[in-house]
Design a binder for this molecule. Sequence first.
Ligand code: GL2
Length: 825
Amino acid sequence: MTESTPLIATPEHSVEGFVREYLRELNFSQGTVLERASVNDKYLALARTVRHYLMARWMRTTADQIRTQPKAVAYLSAEFLLGRQLDNALIASDLESIAREGLASLGVDLDELREEEIEPGLGNGGLGRLAACFIDSLATMSVPAIGYGIRYEYGIFRQTFVDGRQVEEPDNWLDRGSPWEFAHPEHEVTVSFGGHTEKYTDPSGRERTRWVPGWQVLGVPYNYMVPGYRNGRVNTLRLWSARATHAFDLKIFNYGDYAEAVRAQTFAENISKVLYPEDSTPQGKELRLQQQYFFVACSLRDFIDQLLPEGFDLHRLPERIVFQLNDTHPVIAIPELMRILVDEQGFEWDEAWDVTRRCFAYTCHTLLPEALEVWPVELMGRLLPRHLEIIYRINDDFLDEVRESSGGDELLVRRMSIIAEHPERAVRMAYLATVAGAKVNGVAELHSQLLRDKVLTDFADHFPEKFTNVTNGVTPRRFLRLANPGLSALITEAIGDGWVTDLDRLRELEPLADDAEFRRRFREVKAANKDRLVRLLATRDGIDVDPGTMLDVMVKRLHEYKRQLLKLLHVVTLYDRITSGELAVEDVTPRTVVFGAKAAPGYRMAKEIIALINHVGAVVNAHPEVSRVLRVAFPANYNVTVAETLVPAADLSEQISLAGKEASGTGNMKFALNGALTIGTDDGANVEIRQLVGDEHFFLFGLTEPEASAMQEAGYRPSSYYEENASLRRAIDLIAKGTFSGGDPATFAPVVSNLLDEDRFMVLADYQSYLDAQERVEAAYADPDAWSRSAVLNVARTGFFSSDRSMRDYLDRIWHAEPLPANGE
Ligand code: GL2
């Protein structure tokens, strides 16, 4: 057998073939018979059956990559928020109707089994979901690519509410079997930590350094299929799981200290135990640095040992690979590659640096200063002493360069140092990535511009050619084709199905915005999607939603900068106006405000805001008058699976961050693509959404970034808004006096004082403008025909936000890699 023709038994692509394969799985892998199988047995057998159909494509893709040795992309990411796998595998392999029919012939309902899958929540939010969209697009575009990350045993926590307050429970997603992964313990990698470094002279008389580690762990790879959409390609996502080294526990077992051996094992396995639940606000915990180094060390070693031919000349590494650093989490890969080249391969420093500089590119995903990771030198030195030395040397060389080019500007040198001096000596990972990376990109036009102008200004002056933009995107397979079958069918009927892999073709829908019959059918689809959501919320959460109301949706992580409080102040204002008699119920557009949000468990203010939303919701929903036109729904544990039902049902998408704070947003894209209209600030990718859909189909409000910055510099005083705006004052007073907390003013006093005294994200400054925009929303919604015209235009004009386009931009501007030919489908 040669690598180009792997021998794979492919099951027959027919209903009979499928049924045969399914029963074999049920009998031989699950060890049961149909009559006695549990739903989980049936689901697991189904997942494995579908997997079989993808296997030949996977092996062939891998073999082609090994045979043709193309330049590949390695996407290094601490998070991959995958969502459920079954549906995506079914559409990618064109098995959906065969599976449905085959199962039905056995009396099994495909939809029931789909509900059985627990999504792998191996990410926090946008950043992790983006990584999942990107690998989907790379596979669909036949780009030789591999995703590298961590197989957390516990993903993002499960959220429940107790008395309206968030409670976190562990997400043991692996408990009921994990049919989508393949463990490869034979490809385990040893990863070192701690210890010290020492100098020695090699046989040729050269001064060298070696790292004498203090302890080691093993990384075991788990492979996941990343199927391209009907192109015969399946790429790989390789997630690493930590284990104790064999030597370590053998030695201790031999001493007879069983308990100690088990403790050592637990210690090692802790590294991949749990996903850190902070979104955009790293905590700088030691275990997190261990996780980061663990997965990049495994990944680099894996790429070099497994994917390059034996004896490959590493001077040519940049011809074969580009490592894309998804935020700063994997940036420790830079000194790791230097260490491999210099210490292990005997490269001269300059040679190694030349290779390294060409192998990495860095994506920054934030503008918040507190989100830029720094690692205390003390910690880095203790955990990774050799890497710290390498970082110092990189910094010394770089600062010499800055000194020279700036004519000795020592202030500039200090500002640009990779090592911060205050409040403690620490490594600035974003600076390291910028100095070493071939390219640095932001994730939306505005974000990339602000990165250059405000966050990495000195670097943008020093390396102007490095800085570029790639606006984020989302995969149309999951977020349109799968999530919105009704709209997908309508679109396909109108323009054919080419849009699934070429989303710009949605433009062809534009003329249909003026076709009354098309708009009617579009509204029918929206209504059916709302019914689907109503059923989900009823069964999953016991929440009762009236599908006849406007669905006003704000789903995203809970963070002050995203301003869920602004949305809530709108709700409280409506409540106030109705209960005070200022507004007659008949004059209010009935709406259901849906929130979905997890707060980082240690983020106190975010958790208070969750409690406040739930408390306001309880009062609003219980009020006989108000609840006729206004309801709040806050389903717990918002995740990818919920998004897939919620997004297609929404009428109004809330994207209301303070301008200059949301790097891009990707939820904003999903809603627009599914025909929701956006109410939003000029922030992140909202800017590009509005430019594309047109001002008249987007509800813009709020300060611009320059206005907000100028106000902050002049000394922002939130209380002046409270004093001058009666409606705002009344809303805040309602909260302050305990209207939503059983009459107890103390309950939400911290939220109120935070708003009045600090209001870092200028909620009060944007309040009036937001309310005005909501009035424009109501007026527009009153004309269903005009509203659905705008909605259709939103769909037709947002094809740009396909992650396929993002991938093309990365390929052109950063990676310079080529797709393989599709595999004959
Ligand atoms: C984020 C940004 O906050 C978000 O605006 C962006 O869309 C995504 C993906 O680029 O990245 N940065 C970040 O740290 N998280 C994000 O979601 N967690």
